[in-house]
Write a protein that binds this ligand. Sequence first.
Ligand code: NAD
Length: 393
Amino acid sequence: MTIKGTSDSTKQRRLRLGMVGGGRGAFIGAVHRMAARLDDKWELVAGALSSNPSVAVASGADLGLDADRCYSSWEEMAAREAARDDRIDAVSIVTPNHLHFAISKAFLEAGINVICDKPMTFTLDEALELVEIVRKSKLTFVLTQNNTGYPMVRQARAMVRAGMIGKVQIVRTSYIQDWLTTNLEATGQKQAAWRMDPKFAGTGGAIADIGVHAFNLAAFISGLELEAVSADLRSYGAGRSLDDNANVLLRYKNGATGSLWASQCAPGHNNSLTIGVYGDKGSLEWNGEVNDYLTYNEYGKPPQTITRGGPGADAVAGHATRMPAGHPEGYIEGFANLYSNAAEQIWARIEGRDPDALALDTPTVEDGAAGLKFITACVESSKNNSLWTSASL
Ligand SMILES: NC(=O)c1ccc[n+]([C@@H]2O[C@H](COP(=O)([O-])OP(=O)(O)OC[C@H]3O[C@@H](n4cnc5c(N)ncnc54)[C@H](O)[C@@H]3O)[C@@H](O)[C@H]2O)c1
């Protein structure tokens, strides 16, 4: 038994990673750092880790970064890193949503690859502009729609592509949490405060924060393109201007239909992401809280459970797997698969190979734009009494 993820001896060095956001008291930046370390392909060497310049510098020191690479702003970091011979190979962007576009643009224009968290941008216009910037740059852009990194999600996508459930007709997905059941933002809790403030989050609350994950997961597994949505967005928390609950009906271009429920005020649910994709020959069902298992229902036959690393799991899932079956993997490993795939693409560029030839399943800038279109369409539909609204790019 070999364990994937140890150093690749054909490479002469680890790729150099910089980070914007993710300083003291932040959430997802630490997850990105753990994920980047997991397969020994990356080393964090630079950061502009906070909106507060002194916290940014202190946070860099906490992580053992060289003092001259603890930057007090991301603008300074982009300019100074671009000028170095040992410049970072990629920047990881883990700030609140309102900054994703400006930071992505600055680093891409400085010739630096980008790994950015979701939602990709603040507005749809920014997303469309970023698509053009990435295409022109010929650099790697990876969007951390991290659920696409789970082995059993990749397995499900491969099974749909192989025709194992026939023509997809129905998609049902939900992403529900309960941490915003009360007005946590009123207590000043950092993550709640910006997520419920349109100046930092954008036009969507729960729909942009987690609905976009459910949307992306449905697109990734089913392979379907969305045509239109009918959305009912609500704020149950008093005084909120952004939604904390969203019920959305979906129409896909191939005639399939679906439903999506995103909620941050569903008591009893910590982080429940589930999906079912139903075709004319069978269906696939997955639950993110028990992510090592995928249920395959071939019509007329008893259900089968496919286990990560077990019989029936194919090469696509195997490529995203480190531990033998039964040793649980999870959230960090899913992110790590995206970091590993990003490294493979960047090495291909460094070595003059075509990164697209690797055919990796990492979410792209186009996927990010589709996410912004989904969010925008849901907000618009809901404002118009759930009118069916185009969600097609
Ligand atoms: N993929 C996922 O599962 C997932 C999960 C959580 C968050 N996210 C996304 O990650 C991003 C961050 O979310 P979070 O929960 O970690 O937020 P957070 O509030 O915990 O952290 C944000 C960090 O960004 C920093 N920041 C803000 N302005 C900055 C600036 N001008 N320069 C440098 N740093 C700056 C803050 O100081 C803080 O360190 C959001 O876009 C969110 O949607 C994704």
